[in-house]
Each structure stands twice: as C-alpha cells, then as structure tokens.
Design a protein around this ligand. Structure first.
Ligand code: SF4
Length: 379
C-alpha cells in the first residue's frame, strides 16, 4: 500500500508557499552562519534517490486520492474544492502541502532543504526527471543553493539541471561585503557569490538572490549596502529579494547581541540602508520585499525603470514626522499595517496609537527591543 505521507523540511521561501515540497537533502551542508538557527544541531544528509522517489510517489498517491474523492463526492469533480476542504482539516502535513499545492494549480515544486545543489548532478537530474514524469502538471521546479556550491559546479552540470527542468535557484547572498561575510561565518566571499551567481545565470536557470537587511548592524551597514549592490550588479540576477535580520536564541549571533559585540540597526536605520542599497543598484532585476520581516513591503519593482518609484516609497516614510514614523513602525510590527497607505485608515491609525500606549513605558515611545520582539514573533 502506498504511504499517505512523505518527509518535509522546515522551510521554503515565501514565494514557494503554494509549491509541492519535496525533501531531497536534509538540513544544511554548511550550517555555520551566525544569523541562522534553522538547522543548528542537525546533521546534513544527502537522501538516497530511491527514498526521494518514494516520497514523490506518496505525493502522487495523495493527489490521486483527492482526485478520486472529487469525482465521487458532491464536489462536482472540482479538485480545488476538495483540496480546500482538506486544508481546513488535513490528516497530516504532507496532505496539507499537497492540498495547498493543488488548490493553487499544482504547477510548482520546491526541492528542500538548504543546499540541494550539493547533490551529485546525475542524482539531482534523476530526481527532477522523475518528479516531472510522476506529476506532469509541474512546470516549475525551484530550490535553495549556496553560492559556493554554484561556483564549484561545472557550467555543463548546471545546464543539465536546467534541461532536466530546474527552473530557479534561491541563493542566500545576504551581503557582498567580505569582512561582514567573514564575521557572520557565511563561508563564502563576494568573489564566490559573483562566480556562483554568474554560473547560474549563464546556465539559463533563473536566479533569486536574497539580501539580509540589517546584517551589518550599526557598525558595517554602509559598506554592507554599497558592496552588496556592487556584487548584485555583477551577477544581474532575475530577482533580488530582501528580508530583515532577526535575532533568536539558538543563533550564534544572539550571544553577540547580548554581549554588545553586535549592535542591531533600528527600523529607521534599516530604511536608510535599503535606500543606499537601491541607489547603488545598476542591474536589471526585479526587486521584491515580500518577507514579513520587512518594514516597507511596498518597495518593489523592476530595475532600473522602477528605481525612482522604490526610492520614493522610502522618501515618503522618511518625510513623515517622528511621531508618525513611530506610529507606522509599531502598527506594522504588530500586524495592523501592511503598507504606508494603511495609515490613512483612521481606525487602523487609532489601533496603532493604542498599541503604542500599551507597549511603551511612557505611553509614547516603544523601545527598539520591543519592536524587534514584535517582528520576530512572525517567524
Ligand atoms: S547556508 Fe543558509 S541554511 Fe545554512 S547556515 Fe547559512 S543561512 Fe543557514
């Protein structure tokens, strides 16, 4: 009998929320970055190809079961309707994932965990081919990769992966500033980022580079912004996505923050850093801010044509009075606001004022520490 579950890893990018998740490797092959707690204490493993194939067959069995249910039940043959019903009461996480995937068209898959590209190329090609044969509705297959691994792969290997069906790689660039990469024990240099990124772009695989706002802290934010832009300009990836530094127990960086060795940037400083980053970008990427940790999620557009529009969103925030900036920061971090336009809603504005009264000692000013805490609740 076909198993009714399969293995899932802990994370995927926000843009892969509706993808089928197939765990090809387990945990992180590097696992040393100071700002990351996801896989700490977990050993990296390459999963055997046969085991991954069994998971793909299990996903297929769940999909077929839901299709049969759609035919038999009172859902008028609508697979989406059955998937939506399963989402409200899934028997397990794998069912939830398949139902979510089907409910959004069933076209994309994400290969977990942190650095799938490290798998021997023939094995990864075999997994991708099997996935496409078994679930032919999938037209987009994406994964995470480290720049170091992408820099080591031969151009022909990356081309073979693209030909097999690997559509996009998500790479944690984080920063292009070498002293900061070293301090954070990222295990790559700016030169590795450039080589790895260029290798991916040349292969035809779409590339999404992630930048970590706030990673430089109060000490290195300027160099972080300028050098990151320099590296991105050389890679010219299809997507640049920003997310904001969070500090949680279990990260080595947590101890540095406690000891004062690393001093975090405030929201206002993060916005200034992002401004400097965008000003220095001279590439043709889509810039996306869809991560929940970002203060200004509306900073989004195609470079270079939307650069002024993106900078205007920053100027708009910076032009607010200090009280209104504080209102927005708190409202955003408690989940009242999604974007600056939401401040025009009197009810939301009032709610943000109430939140300030509740969360501050003096009824006026919420501390940076409390604001960090509010942001970190979301992840
Ligand atoms: S490479 Fe990625 S997953 Fe691995 S430790 Fe660094 S940030 Fe975390």
């Amino acid at each position: 009998m076909m198993p009714d579950s399969f293995e899932l890893g802990p994370i995927r990018p926000p843009s892969e929320a509706y993808s089928l998740l197939i765990r090809v490797t387990k945990n992180c092959s590097w696992n040393r970055c100071k700002f990351c707690h996801i896989y700490k204490g977990q050993r990296f493993e390459l999963r055997p190809v046969e085991e991954v194939k069994q998971d793909i067959l299990a996903a297929r069995a769940i999909q077929d079961g839901l299709k049969a249910l759609a035919q038999k039940s009172g859902y008028g043959g609508s697979l989406e309707a059955v998937a939506a019903a399963v989402l409200s009461n899934p028997p397990n996480e794998a069912y939830f994932n398949v139902a979510m995937w089907l409910n959004h068209g069933g076209t994309s898959a994400f290969l977990q965990d942190a650095n799938t590209l490290i798998m021997p190329t023939p094995d990864l090609v075999e997994v991708i081919r099997f996935l496409k044969q078994t679930l032919p509705s999938i037209t987009q297959i994406t994964s995470y990769a480290r720049s170091k691994t992408a820099a080591k792969k031969k151009p022909d290997e990356l081309k073979a992966l693209h030909a097999a069906g690997l559509s996009r790689l998500h790479v944690g660039l984080e920063s292009g500033y070498d002293p900061l990469l070293e301090y954070m024990d990222k295990g790559v240099t700016a030169a590795d980022h450039i080589k790895g990124g260029k290798n991916v772009v040349a292969s035809g695989i779409s590339l999404c580079e992630y930048v970590l706002l706030g990673m430089g802290g109060k000490k290195m934010w300027r160099e972080h912004a300028v050098e990151t832009a320099r590296v991105l300009n050389q890679i010219d990836p299809e997507f640049i996505r920003v997310r904001t530094l969070t500090v949680k127990q279990g990260m080595p960086l947590y101890d540095d923050v406690q000891s004062g060795a690393f001093v975090r940037s405030s929201d206002e400083e993060l916005v200034e850093e992002e401004k400097r980053l965008i000003e220095n970008l001279d590439c043709h990427s889509y810039f996306v801010s869809d991560h929940i940790t970002n203060l200004l999620q509306e900073i989004e557009g195609k470079l270079p044509e939307d650069k002024d529009k993106m900078l205007a969103a920053i100027t708009r925030f910076q032009s607010l009075s200090p009280e209104e900036r504080h209102n927005f920061r708190v409202g955003r971090r408690v989940g009242i606001y999604n974007e600056l336009d939401d401040m025009a809603n009197a009810q939301k504005h009032q709610l943000a004022e109430h939140a300030i009264e509740k969360l501050s000692d003096d009824g006026k000013q919420v501390s940076d520490e409390t604001i960090y805490f509010l942001m970190e609740r979301f992840i």
